[in-house]
Design a protein around this ligand. Structure first.
Ligand SMILES: [Zn+2]
Length: 311
């Protein structure tokens, strides 16, 4: 009889522990729209967070097909990290609404637009018209491809985590400081690798790379797309080939989700090279996290530039 009473009490105690909303024990549930944000969240959050990403690193982040698992994740999330600047405009808002989770609505307590304090390029100065293609009125949303912006994004994520789980503040601060240090050391290496190619002109398929190229001193002189989001056209391709020949431009950088047919044909006519780089973590097997993304892209583009410039 005594034993039964005692185990009864134990059961009540266990049940009470299980339902106590103890933030210190349960990791924050984080949903990130892209693998890059997910990687930064893992760097800062460690085992205090449980992170899932919606888009894969091989997908065009402007166009992501929603899966049922997205809604499940968003419905129970404490935090939603977005790239913002309208990158996810075509697919995320209906998912936020359908999740019925107040925390992840735009402006909700768990919502974080990671573009708040970063350096944004290509903010349009003129009135935007449809004829300009898919131009983003809030500037180029591919800003995570500058490691200096990655640092600022990690700071914003750290501050959001601290706000939502203050008991783990010291962990988030320490993990951010560690990331910051590793990133700074890596940036020195990347800058040294890219230094010989400063000022080299290149072409990219989409406008995914202004931050990356600006950071590492390369000049994007043209695009395979005639306008952002518009597929290649014969007249634009012809014009681009003429410009590339005139300016001796021989490298075309392509994102993994575009057809290589037009870039290959341009490269063969200018005696150049097509290079597929990873715009996101997971875009290639080697880009396993945010720092490795740059490790891969810097190493790969430096090797290609060496080939086409002879430097
Ligand atoms: Zn874009």
């Amino acid at each position: 009889m005594k034993a039964i009473v005692r185990s009864g009490i134990a059961a009540v105690v266990l049940a009470t522990l299980a339902v106590t909303p103890a933030r210190t024990f349960a990791p924050l549930k984080v949903v990130a729209t892209t693998q890059d944000l997910a990687s930064l969240a893992r760097e800062v959050g460690g085992d205090k967070v449980e992170v899932t990403a919606l888009a894969s690193g091989k997908q065009d982040p402007h166009f992501v097909d929603p899966k049922p698992s997205f809604l499940y994740g968003l419905g129970r999330a404490d935090v939603l990290l977005v790239v913002g600047r309208e990158l996810e405009l075509g697919w995320l808002p209906p998912l936020q609404t359908s999740s019925r989770n107040a925390k992840v609505q735009t402006g909700g307590g768990g919502y974080l637009d990671c573009s708040q304090n970063v350096r944004i390029l290509e903010i349009p100065t003129a009135q935007i018209t449809r004829a300009m293609g898919d131009v983003h009125p809030l500037g180029n949303p591919h800003y995570w491809l500058d490691p200096a912006n990655g640092r600022i994004m990690a700071q914003a994520i750290r501050d959001k985590f601290i706000q939502l789980a203050p008991a783990d503040k010291a962990t988030f601060q320490q993990r951010y400081a560690d990331f910051d240090q590793r990133l700074a050391a890596a940036e020195k290496r990347w800058d040294a690798t890219m230094a010989p190619f400063k000022g080299t002109k290149i072409v990219t398929y989409h406008r995914s790379w202004p931050n990356f190229m600006d950071r590492f001193g390369l000049n994007v002189m043209g695009y395979v797309e005639p306008k952002p989001g518009i597929p290649p056209s014969p007249s634009h391709t012809l014009e681009l080939i003429g410009d590339m020949k005139a300016q001796n431009v021989r490298l075309i950088v392509v994102e993994p989700y575009f057809d290589l047919k037009t870039p290959n044909s341009i490269a063969s006519q200018v005696g150049g090279k097509v290079l597929v780089l990873a715009p996101s973590v997971g875009g290639t097997a080697e880009a396993t996290d945010y720092i490795q993304l740059f490790e891969y892209n810097v190493k790969t583009i430096a090797a290609a530039l060496q080939q086409v410039t002879g430097k």
